[in-house]
Design a protein around this ligand. Structure first.
Ligand code: GUN
Length: 277
């Protein structure tokens, strides 16, 4: 039976360390969170971010804009927050309404305040090993692995999914940790053959329970970044947990695996942002 990697407990550990640091070093950081429209999932995420800020001792400012806000108005708000000395981090909750260009909005955020790590400058810095903000979910996966005692150096790591937010930065981070990295995607030929090489298999494809036991080598560490609500109203990941758990040596559950780490790493980025102003 695989060891379960407890993201809830590890994220709590990260948040407690941050809370102690904020208190000890008297760090006064402020995060500005912008939500456009009232997508229910986004409202839950934004609420969770606000709660985490309160827990750690980070001030949070909420900007709730109506769905029909013009792109230029949003860009003006971002520019204003870029200039405000009392704001250290800026997060624009995604997805944005269809009439807005997400790339343009992300590129307007100052890289010094880009706590999501989505700005091209942040991604570029990561790719050449320079300091900068790292996208929170992949950064959280690295923390899960390290704090669970999984050795990364020299291991075969296969990532399924090549999104800008997870797959690509995940590959860069695993490379930085000296893993041998393969990135697979929807056009990969014989996906099973590739994923079965993995010592560490990281799955972020957005397809419920897609990864079954045939995709997994005996003893692999399996990290599931997906989250879906099934027809039975239960949450599940991209990995068929019940099938894969007996094959893996360690596995993240959904919920309670990668999910809670994303917010913990966002909080870490907010504390780091303070030092950059
Ligand atoms: N929407 C879903 N996840 C995220 C995230 O990590 N950051 C932002 N800005 N929007 C999201």
């Amino acid at each position: 039976m695989a060891k379960r990697i407890d993201g809830k407990a590890i994220s709590q550990m990260v948040k407690d360390e941050l809370r102690d640091r904020v208190k000890k070093e008297k760090i006064e950081a402020t995060l500005a969170v912008i939500q456009v429209g009232s997508d229910p999932a986004s409202t839950v995420y934004v609420g969770n971010k606000k709660k985490a800020c309160e827990y750690i001792g980070i001030r949070s400012l909420a900007f709730e804009l109506p769905e029909e806000t013009k792109e230029e108005e949003l860009l003006d708000l971002v520019r204003e927050l870029n200039d405000r000395e009392d704001v250290d981090g800026i997060l624009v909750q995604l997805p944005l309404p269809a009439h807005m260009d997400e790339d343009k909005v992300i590129q307007t955020i100052s890289p010094k305040k880009d706590v999501d790590g989505f700005h091209p400058q942040s991604v570029g810095a990561l790719s050449i090993g320079q300091p900068g903000f790292v996208s929170c979910t992949p950064a959280g996966v690295i923390q899960l692995l390290k704090r669970s005692g999984v050795e990364i150096e020299g291991k075969e790591c296969v990532i399924v999914g090549r999104s800008n937010i997870v797959g690509k930065p995940m590959a860069l981070l695993m490379l930085r940790e000296n893993a041998t990295v393969t990135v697979c995607h929807s056009r990969t030929k014989d996906l099973k053959e590739v994923t079965r090489r993995a010592d560490i298999l990281i799955v972020a494809i957005g397809k419920p329970r897609f990864i079954t036991k045939e995709y997994v080598k005996e003893g692999a560490v399996v990290i599931d970044v997906g989250i879906h609500r099934g027809a039975d109203n239960k949450l599940c990941g991209d990995v068929d947990f019940d099938e894969v758990e007996p094959v893996a040596s360690a596995i993240t559950p959904v919920p309670g695996g990668v999910g809670p780490m994303t917010i913990a790493m966002l909080m870490n980025n907010c504390v780091e942002a303070k030092g950059l102003q």
